[in-house]
Design a protein around this ligand. Structure first.
Ligand SMILES: NC(=O)c1ccc[n+]([C@@H]2O[C@H](COP(=O)([O-])OP(=O)(O)OC[C@H]3O[C@@H](n4cnc5c(N)ncnc54)[C@H](OP(=O)(O)O)[C@@H]3O)[C@@H](O)[C@H]2O)c1
Length: 238
């Protein structure tokens, strides 16, 4: 699919991977609407995407608002969901707060909402891209919740791909990516990113743009559906 002139919606499109994807889609001539919850992120995204960008506020857990948005913008050609959805519970599983574990699944519910509500409004060759993460298939200690959510996202994609055909759905799975998801700043941030990627084959954090390019691959290649594309610096290798 050539994104030029296509209607694209990027949920979680105001920061990190989603913002880089919105930028790339705009550069390729797509008609992009980027969304997330906060006014602060919307403001920062406007600085990156320009004054003409269509940036709106939406919580991916608000089904009514999502339905209204999709109905307004339909038919949808490209639907990307990179929203984290809410909290990310980490730490030893046997000490984990169960509300935190359950809360991590908000990301999955945001994804399920957008596929259920947006799927029927996709154009005939429309496509969806979701984002999982390397811990789905190689879980470091303390990442049981995030790993479970990532596996659920990848399984969900495989489950619905046959049903939504000829429309397509794929997942991109990033390793550690240098985005605002990690709030630590300055030298501590450098050290954090260095330590977390020390056992990768490529020993650095990825960039949001590197993940956005994989999302574009899933958008553009019309022979790809129901699969997961890894962009993780070799994080899954032994
Ligand atoms: N960075 C990494 O190392 C990494 C690794 C593996 C997987 N991932 C996954 O990649 C995706 C993007 O992460 P990122 O690193 O780009 O994070 P990020 O920079 O924190 O961006 C997350 C985006 O999601 C939006 N968002 C969060 N909850 C939302 C909700 N309920 N409704 C609507 N928008 C919501 C945020 O904006 P608001 O706060 O304004 O809503 C923001 O625009 C996530 O699914 C994350 O789990 C990231």
């Amino acid at each position: 699919m050539d994104p030029a002139g296509k209607r694209a919606i990027v949920l979680g499109g105001t920061s990190g991977i989603g913002l880089a994807t919105a930028q790339l889609l705009m550069q390729q001539g797509a008609n992009v609407c980027a969304l997330s919850r906060s006014a602060d992120n919307a403001e920062r995204a406007r600085a990156a995407l320009g004054d003409d960008a269509d940036i709106r506020q939406l919580d991916v857990l608000d089904r009514e608002a999502m339905s209204a948005l999709f109905a307004e913008l339909a038919p949808i050609d490209i639907l990307v969901n990179a929203a984290t959805g809410g909290e990310r519970a980490t730490g030893p599983f046997l000490e984990m707060d169960l509300d935190g574990f359950q809360g991590s699944f908000r990301k999955l519910w945001g994804y399920v909402n957008c596929v259920r509500l947006g799927g029927p409004l996709l154009s005939d060759n429309g496509c969806i891209v979701l984002v999982s993460g390397a811990p789905a298939r190689k879980c470091p200690p303390g990442f049981a919740a995030i790993s479970s959510v990532g596996n659920a996202v990848e399984g969900f994609c495989r489950a619905v791909a046959p049903e939504i055909a000829p429309r397509r759905i794929n997942v991109v799975s990033p390793g550690f990516i240098d985005t605002p998801m990690f709030p630590v700043q300055g030298e501590a941030r450098e050290e954090f990113l260095r330590n977390t990627t020390a056992s990768n084959v490529i020993k650095r954090a990825g960039t949001p743009e590197e993940v956005a390019h994989a999302i574009m691959f899933a958008v553009e290649n019309e022979f790809v559906t129901g699969t997961t594309v890894d962009v993780d610096g070799g994080a899954l290798l032994p």
